[in-house]
Design a protein around this ligand. Structure first.
Ligand code: FEO
Length: 177
C-alpha cells in the first residue's frame, strides 16, 4: 500500500503537470528569444527549461520511492508569441507565482495530514521557488532601469546573459562541493 494519501497523490500529480508545463513554457520562450536575436535570454530560458524538467523528475522519483505510480500528464501548448521581451519576464513571474502557490498547497495539505515525509520533500521546492522568483524580480527591475530606448534590447540581453552565466557558475560550484 502506498504511504501517501489520495489528496497528496493528486497534488503531486498536478505538480508534475505544472513543472512539466513550466519546462515547455521556457523551451518555447527560448526559441521565441532565438528568433528575436536575444541569445542571452535564449540561454537563460534553455537552462530554466532543463531545471524545470529536473523539478518534474524529482517528483516522479519521490512518488516511486513512496510506492506510488506517478501519472504522466498531457501538457497544454504554451504561448508562442509575445509583443516584447519586457512582457515575457512579467509572464514568467506570473507563471512562477502559480507554481509557488501550488507548492504551498502541497505543504498545507501535508501539514494537515501529518505527512512529514512529503513536508520534508517539499522544503527543497520552497527554497527553489524563492530563488527563482528573486532572479525574475531582479531581471524585471533591471529592465525597468534600462527602459525601452533604441539600445534597450541589447542591454537587456546582456544583463540576462550575465545573470545566467553567474547562475551556471554558482550551480557548478555547488555541484563541486
Ligand atoms: Fe519548478 Fe519554477 O517551478
Amino acid at each position: 500500500m502506498a504511504d501517501l494519501s489520495k489528496n497528496v497523490i493528486s497534488l503531486l500529480n498536478s505538480q508534475i503537470l505544472y513543472e512539466s508545463y513550466a519546462s515547455n513554457f521556457y523551451l518555447a520562450l527560448a526559441y521565441w528569444c532565438d528568433c528575436q536575436g536575444l541569445k542571452g535570454c535564449k540561454s537563460f530560458f534553455m537552462r530554466q527549461s532543463d531545471e524545470e524538467r529536473v523539478h518534474m523528475l524529482k517528483i516522479y522519483e519521490y512518488m516511486s520511492e513512496m510506492g506510488v505510480h506517478p501519472a504522466t500528464p498531457s501538457i497544454e501548448q504554451p504561448p508562442q508569441e509575445y509583443d516584447k521581451i519586457q512582457d515575457v519576464f512579467q509572464k514568467v513571474f506570473e507563471q512562477e507565482r502559480k507554481v509557488t502557490m501550488a507548492i504551498h498547497e502541497i505543504v498545507r495539505v501535508s501539514t494537515l495530514e501529518n505527512d512529514y515525509s512529503t513536508l520534508n520533500f517539499m522544503q527543497w521546492y520552497i527554497s527553489e521557488q524563492r530563488e527563482e522568483e528573486a532572479v525574475i524580480r531582479d531581471i524585471i527591475d533591471k529592465i525597468k532601469v534600462i527602459g525601452e530606448g533604441g539600445q534597450s534590447l541589447y542591454y537587456i540581453d546582456k544583463e540576462v546573459e550575465k545573470l545566467n552565466t553567474a547562475i551556471v557558475a554558482a550551480e557548478g560550484a555547488e555541484g563541486a562541493e
